[in-house]
Design a protein. Sequence first.
Length: 467
Amino acid sequence: MKHENRRIIIVLATLCICFVVLIGFMSYFQVFEAEAVKSNSYNKRLWINEEKILRGSIMDRNGTILAYSQENDGVMQRFYKYGNLYSHIIGYSHRAYGKSGLELSYNNYLLDLSESSTIEELKNIVAPSTIGNNLELTIDHGTQEKARTLLQGKKGAIVAMNPITGEIYAMVSLPDFNVNSLSEDWSVISENTNSSLLNRATQGLYPPGSAFKVITASAILDTPNIDTNYVCQGITKIDGYNFSDYNNIAHGELDLSQALIESCNTYFTEKSLEISVDNLRSTAELFMFNKNIPFDLPVNTSVFPKGNIGDTELAASGIGQGKVLATPLNMAMTASAISNNGEVMKPILVKSVVSNNGKVIKTNRREVLSTAVDSLDANTIKEMMVGVVQSGTGRNASIKNVKVAGKTGTAENASGKSHAWFIGFAPADDPRIVVSVILEEEGSTGGASAAPIARDLIIYGLNNINF
């Protein structure tokens, strides 16, 4: 009898444990995983809902319709007016291939299923919405078209933004793809060795090269008792490794301003050792390196090496090489901070979500993420960047009657062909537009190839964007 009772107790205990584990798993699923499953682009329930809802429209800052839906014979059809142009911003919504871009990140808003409470879930089942919400973007359609035209035939990305508000005016990544022929082209698109599905503007990680010297200059200005003078001999040896200037040119006696204008590598490698790795890293992190950047699309985290690193690695980091990696968006934010008294602004792509009857449901407002450098130092670096364009490596970005501030970058990479960078803003005394340009494996200097693209986009933006 005792043996039988013992068996019953064991069985009951086992059932209780299983029951507790099941409750724990279900609770964990409901609390931590439910939203991820619900928003997964392959969730069949979402597609069942979508077949009954007219998906909201997406428009630029001026009301130009970029994507919309229509009902034809009871079937909801999605239309993208500009083919390739917004393939990495708006993305696509396709039953066979899922969702990407804003179609994914704002899917619930576009379907008017934004609430996830139990009450809202029941309401969606009993009385589902039939018309979704619309997205009003910060994008300026004309500037977006101009940016893609300027980048045509190259690999890379362009970001144009407002330095004061963080609003994105243009974001282009090439190669791209035509969202209207996704079914026909999917095998080519998905197998493309040039990664046409990759949004290089937000997810491409590149050594920033000399464009990073803006951050190193900020760290120098923030380092007490550092001697900002230097005699450049065109080459310097650090821990057995030779660092050289472009074409081994010896610049002679330099201060910080002249070093940035001439983009003197040996100056910034030597000064990085005086700054120390901790101070250079902390400055980079104020510019959002090693930090998650909140945005309407997924953003890869820019990298400054962590932990203790040797002098050679530290010197390379000071000129944006070694293990330092940055997204074009982060470099646009870096230039924005210098133009905006040191404040790093949260980038904004979706200005607002508006219901079909005109009610504003969500608004993304101006937000300061960090004060990377004090206003005095920011203005000092701004004047240095003006010098870069007026008399230094960025002369190809100069605009008649407009004071442009900028910094070029020519970044070495494993492929053998260098990346070409330019970051800058204008007008320097009253900044209204910031541009970041990366030409992947261009094999030329940032001043020669990226600066003219930035110049032309700045000219277009100043003349056409309704600021």
